[in-house]
Design a protein around this ligand. Structure first.
Ligand code: F6R
Length: 243
């Protein structure tokens, strides 16, 4: 596991974009939230992703109407796909409007397989160590599933909604086993609220109490953090071998 400290938000975006575009990936897994925004801005500025790239959502809320601006599909269309001139059908995600969500989760796994798997997965990290919406306690071998958000996560995400009551309780998320099937992983951590989770990740053995620790067993993970997220965690970039 490689850890890179960025000088500031723009630097973080530049480094993340360079890492992701390395090797000209055909299938890119995309997180939403605030952490990857600088990297997405950089992709748009550089036009560095290939024209036929396929973007695969990491997760999606259940219960928001189609086209709702906070649906992760809407966010990725707006922040990344449309500014890059991609077609809407180049953005893939679980069908959260399906009558049977269990079938929808399996279909999304099938879609990912049909695309040949994810070349590089972009992740953020929750204050409680979640990746995707895999909250603490999620099994490391879990595949795409319906999840229930913790109140911590709902509170953290309330800033994107009018108020807390509008934040959905349920999501479909790629499972931890799905995420680590990606060939490369780039995790972006920004801000002081991520410091504790990153410190735990870099100092503890893998445990389902800290979902991100599933990454310790992956052969190609880079964490890029700003100074606030990595303050006191690492003094300089370092390399940790998979456990
Ligand atoms: C979003 C996702 C989440 C976020 C995490 C951090 O698709 O899967 O795991 O990456 O909650 O969110 P931000 O970046 O908003 O702090």
């Amino acid at each position: 596991m490689r850890v890179i400290t960025a000088a500031d938000g723009d630097d973080l975006g530049r480094i993340a974009a360079s890492l992701v575009e390395d090797g000209d990936p055909a299938v890119v897994g995309v997180a939403t939230g605030s952490s990857p925004i600088a990297a997405y801005r950089e992709f748009v500025r550089r036009r560095s992703l290939r024209e036929d790239v396929q973007l695969c959502l990491l997760d999606e809320y259940v219960g928001l109407p189609i086209g709702h601006p906070r649906r992760y599909r809407s966010v990725i269309l707006e922040q990344l796909a449309r500014p890059l001139g991609l077609r809407d059908d180049q953005v893939h995600g679980p069908d959260v409007d399906a009558a049977d969500l269990a079938i929808a989760t399996q279909r999304y796994e099938d879609d990912l397989s049909r695309l040949g798997g994810v070349d590089v997965q972009i992740l953020g990290i929750g204050r409680n160590g979640h990746i995707g919406f895999n909250e603490p306690g999620t099994p490391f071998d879990s595949r795409t599933h319906v999840g229930v958000l913790t109140e911590t996560t709902r509170h953290d995400n309330a800033r994107f909604f009018r108020d807390l009551d509008d934040v959905p309780h349920r999501v479909i998320t790629q499972g931890l086993g799905t995420i680590v099937a990606a060939r490369r992983i780039v995790l972006i951590a920004s801000g002081p609220t991520k410091r504790e989770a990153i410190a735990a990740l870099l100092s503890c053995p893998p445990t389902t109490d800290l979902p991100a620790s599933v990454l310790l067993d992956h052969a190609d993970v880079t964490i890029i953090g700003d100074q606030a997220a990595l303050a006191g965690v690492l003094d300089h970039s370092t390399l940790l071998e998979p456990t």
